[in-house]
Design a protein around this ligand. Structure first.
Ligand code: G3P
Ligand code: MG
Length: 242
């Protein structure tokens, strides 16, 4: 796996409207080699790059993201809320984001944003798009807070690298990582302890931490063995890549 130490969060959420192509390009412009984005399954099988359960914060639309039809969500403005310069920016489809990321030569942490139980219906279509458009396993890490979604990923294609996303490291983390042959544990940097970090690393897994926007916040984490930081403001961390 060709992971880099700095991963832009939602593209580079601090530099451009999150989870848009502009955000991905902004990450690349400051030298980022990997980006994290959220794929959100919506009504009738649509797959869009979006974080929230509702449309209000990041678009000029309203209502539940899950209920939005693809045509409507793609017609919304997803940039104006961030600033006038981004007026007219759109919510990307998964396909558009994959093409953009690959054309920039970046690695991808694709987070499956799905809290429901119907992973058998929702996850395979995401993997089918990846199978069609993203062959390079060395530059792709699929993550989710939804463990059942990761189990489904492992079942469909055991060769994809998987990351279990957690806020706090759960007591059964080792069993869970082992069962899906996970690549990494991706956890919130703040509650992580040195003991937990060392245990994850000693067990042979990579350790990624989100979402830290100032180097001081994760200075200790590097010492504990953290492999990568997921950040809204990659500019603060780019010195680590050299
Ligand atoms: O993948 C790390 C991070 O993106 C998880 O939280 O809510 O920003 O998607 P969230
Ligand atoms: Mg995310």
């Amino acid at each position: 796996m060709q992971l880099s130490k700095v991963i832009g969060h939602r593209g580079a959420a601090g530099l451009a409207p999150e989870n848009t192509l502009a955000s991905i390009r902004a990450a690349a412009e400051v030298g980022v080699k990997w980006v994290e984005i959220d794929v959100y399954p919506i009504a009738q099988g649509g797959l869009v790059i979006f974080h929230d359960d509702t449309l209000e914060r990041c678009t000029n639309g309203s209502g539940l993201t899950l209920d939005a039809n693809l045509e409507t969500i793609l017609s919304l403005d997803a940039g104006a809320w961030f600033g006038e310069a981004h007026l007219g920016e759109k919510v990307p489809t998964l396909e558009q984001a994959l093409d953009c990321i690959q054309s920039l030569g970046l690695g991808l942490n694709l987070e499956i944003k799905y809290e429901g139980a119907d992973v058998e219906a929702v996850v395979p279509p995401i993997l089918a798009v990846l199978a069609e458009r993203w062959q390079d396993n060395e530059k792709l890490l699929v993550s989710s807070f939804n463990y059942a979604a990761l189990e489904m990923c492992f079942k469909v294609n055991p060769l994809r690298h998987l990351a279990y996303l957690v806020e706090e490291v759960p007591s059964d983390w080792l069993l869970k990582l082992a069962a899906i042959q996970a690549y990494s544990l991706n956890c919130y940097y703040l509650p992580l302890t040195e003991e937990q970090a060392v245990a994850v690393k000693s067990a042979g897994y990579k350790l990624l931490c989100y979402t830290a926007n100032e180097p001081d916040l994760v200075a200790q984490h590097w010492e504990w063995g953290m492999d990568a930081v997921i950040t809204d403001d990659p500019r603060q961390f780019m010195h680590l890549e050299h």
